[in-house]
Design a protein around this ligand. Structure first.
Ligand code: MIC
Ligand code: SF4
Length: 642
């Protein structure tokens, strides 16, 4: 049996472990990326490791999330990140240069290499044939220091694409269809590998859209082969030298297979409030639209925005609807400024935002109360837009443009003839906003503002845990629930004491006070606890508040790793019925924690408030057990180093 693409790349980077699905492996990381909202912590952690220069082939620090600068905090963080990058051998992509995933695809991604990024949408680079994985900042810090990345060896799912997309049907509709079929937890523990003759019909930016939103499946990553189309894209980016052909073996084996005939797809939309609540646009009913937002790392490539410009040219946005557009990168924006398409967007009434995440992370452009926003983004979790009762629909740029013109959710096929925008032969190349590291690091001083507080340290885990239930929540709790973003909270990412006030704020505003008072507690969760972003603040801030364990039915991959990295014990109910036996305010006790963790997979938990004793699985590898017992990865690394 031949090998699939995923296993080939893992094998070429394997440092430790056996490539058996479900067991822990460690891989070498070639490239890393950070963004500013997770980067400050990642670099403070890297600094704590005492390594003078990054040991990767390439590390890039992007500024794209916190560009509103409502106070000094973000600007201070930017200055810190720029000086840190210069000193430690990291490329620095300045604010205005674009969204990390878009820019990385354009300027740095290399087929066959591994990329670890402190952002859950790092798999976007799977569109160019990289094995690109999102993780918490601490894992990225370890990779920058030359350490391997530990992951559970994934199953590999082949998605066989046949046919070609009909007019008005796009890459976004492909991934929405996959989400409809697999759900937001259908990808956990898996890599989604695309193949089949349909792949050839998709450009690299289209593949990147599909790989990007594989994050919403909970997948470890998604990947496309590197073929002639990849070569064409790299050549147009003046990087043909980075191209290598990368295909699965003809007789490659897969753990699961899924078939999608592109020619049978139609425009799709994800209804509020989950990316897998997908229906065809034609069946969504009559929905009036207050706002259309086009952009984000999913759908703001040159091809996407040129398509939107061609739809809007000579027309006006509907009076009911606001249209905002955030281009994915400066390359995209500048090319459209030079070829006139930007003028078409402006003339149509679009409000042009800077090249950054912007509304996708709730940094401005919140919809009105009870309003409807159609967005080309990847997440429509409740409250993420900044308006608690708004309904966010996720759709393609074509569907979004149609809604902007008609003022209601509209199947774009109603717009008439489709003229597909072709990719450019040559992109505009100007890396002037990417600053290389300093030649002489000794000349660089790292500049810290008053908002950058020292890293909180955790103590080793107690041997008897007596924990108050601080909160009990249902299935699919997102990191946006645990640690919200938006203009009030995001500027506090480098200040854990301040940001910890907002933990679970939208779920229960009393949470942080209650947690601090209890000085030691546990959170009860349902399935897929911690889905969504990579933000380690969703572990770090609860840790700061005294959370020692999370007891859930199942966990999302990145959040589970973040909990372990900060010394919080993630445990799974052996019998899900016991979820109902853990109520707010109950006291749970786990005795002989060290012995139980080291000797087997089962933990015995007693609910002192009800007298019920039940079992839970910890599912930790021996390395993870040691990390949790030490109070987190930083302590563990220090202890190993002696
Ligand atoms: C997101 O889309 O939620 C973010 C903001 O990009 C996060 C990272 C963060 O919280 O800083 C992600 O996806 O990892
Ligand atoms: Fe930025 Fe949104 Fe992409 Fe996250 S999902 S990286 S916030 S554009």
């Amino acid at each position: 049996m031949g090998e699939n693409l995923t296993r080939k790349i893992i094998a070429a980077h394997l440092v430790e472990g056996e490539m058996k699905a479900g067991s822990e492996v460690a891989i070498r990381i070639d490239q890393t990326l950070t963004q500013d909202a997770t980067g400050t912590m990642a670099y403070l952690q890297f600094e704590a490791m005492g390594v003078p220069r990054v040991r990767t082939e390439l590390s890039v620090s992007y500024i794209d999330h916190n560009t509103l600068q409502t106070g000094f905090e973000n600007a201070d963080d930017h200055r810190f990140l720029q000086s840190f990058a210069a000193k430690y051998g990291i490329y620095f992509s300045r604010p205005g240069n674009g969204i990390c995933h878009q820019v990385h695809l354009e300027r740095f991604g290399v087929p066959g290499k591994t990329l670890l990024g402190s952002d859950s949408h790092t798999p976007t680079a799977g569109g160019i044939g990289m094995l690109a994985i999102g993780s918490g900042g601490l894992d990225v810090a370890v990779a920058m220091a030359g350490g391997p990345f530990y992951l559970t060896m994934p199953k590999v799912v082949r998605v066989e694409l046949t046919g070609a997309l009909p007019p008005w049907v796009t890459a976004k509709d492909v991934i929405l269809e996959v989400l409809r079929l697999l759900s937001v937890k259908g990808g956990v523990g898996k890599v989604i590998e695309y193949g089949g003759p349909g792949v050839r019909t998709l450009s690299v930016p289209e593949r990147a859209t599909i790989a990007n939103m594989g994050a919403e499946l909970g997948a470890t990553t998604s990947i496309f082969p590197s073929d002639g189309e990849t070569r064409r894209f790299l050549a147009a980016q003046d990087r043909e030298r980075d191209w290598v052909e990368l295909l699965p073996d003809q007789d490659a084996a897969y753990d699961e297979e899924l078939y999608i005939d592109l020619s049978r797809l139609e425009p799709m939309v994800a209804l509020p409030h989950s990316p897998d609540a997908v229906v065809p646009v034609s069946e969504a009913g009559e929905v009036y639209v207050d706002q259309v937002a086009i952009g984000s790392c999913t759908n703001s490539s040159y091809q996407d925005l040129m398509q939107v410009a061609s739809i809007l040219r000579g027309k006006k946005v509907h009076p009911r609807t606001n249209l905002v557009i955030s281009p994915g990168s400066r390359q995209v924006l500048e090319m459209m400024a030079r070829n006139g398409a930007l003028a078409d967007l402006i003339a149509a009434g679009a409000r042009i935002l800077e090249s950054s995440c912007g509304p996708c992370i709730g940094m401005g452009q919140s919809p009105p109360s009870g309003g409807v926003s159609v967005r080309t983004f990847n997440r429509n979790f409740p409250g993420r837009s900044g308006t608690a009762d708004a309904g966010v629909f996720l759709a393609s740029p074509e569907t979004a443009a149609a809604a902007a013109l008609t003022g209601k959710l509209t199947d774009p096929r109603q717009l008439g003839e489709y003229r597909k925008v072709e990719q450019p032969q040559k992109y505009l190349i100007d890396d002037g906003l990417i600053i290389p590291p300093a030649q002489d690091p000794s000349q660089v001083e790292v500049l810290r503002g008053p908002n950058i507080k020292p890293l909180p340290v955790n103590a080793p885990l107690d041997d008897t845990l007596t924990l108050k239930v601080l909160l009990a929540v249902g299935d699919n709790i997102t990191t946006d629930h645990i640690m919200p973003a938006g203009p009030k909270v995001l500027p506090l990412r480098s200040n854990i004491p301040a940001i910890s006030e907002f933990v679970f704020y939208t779920v229960d505003p009393d949470f942080s006070g209650r947690a601090r008072e209890a000085a030691g507690g546990v959170i009860i969760g349902g399935h897929n606890y911690g889905q969504g972003s990579s933000r380690e603040h969703a572990a770090l801030a609860p840790m700061y508040l005294g959370v020692k364990a999370v007891l859930a039915k199942s966990f999302a991959r990145i959040h589970r790793s973040n909990l372990i990295n900060f010394g919080i014990l993630p445990v799974i109910f052996a019998d899900e019925q016991n979820y109902h036996n853990c109520r707010l305010g109950d006291i749970l006790q786990i005795e002989n924690v060290r012995k139980q963790l080291q000797e087997g997979d089962v933990l015995t938990i007693t609910n002192l408030s009800t007298g019920i004793t039940f079992a839970a699985y910890h599912r930790l590898s021996p390395r993870e057990v040691a990390i949790v017992l030490d109070g987190g990865l930083l302590n563990y690394t220090r202890n190993i180093a002696g």
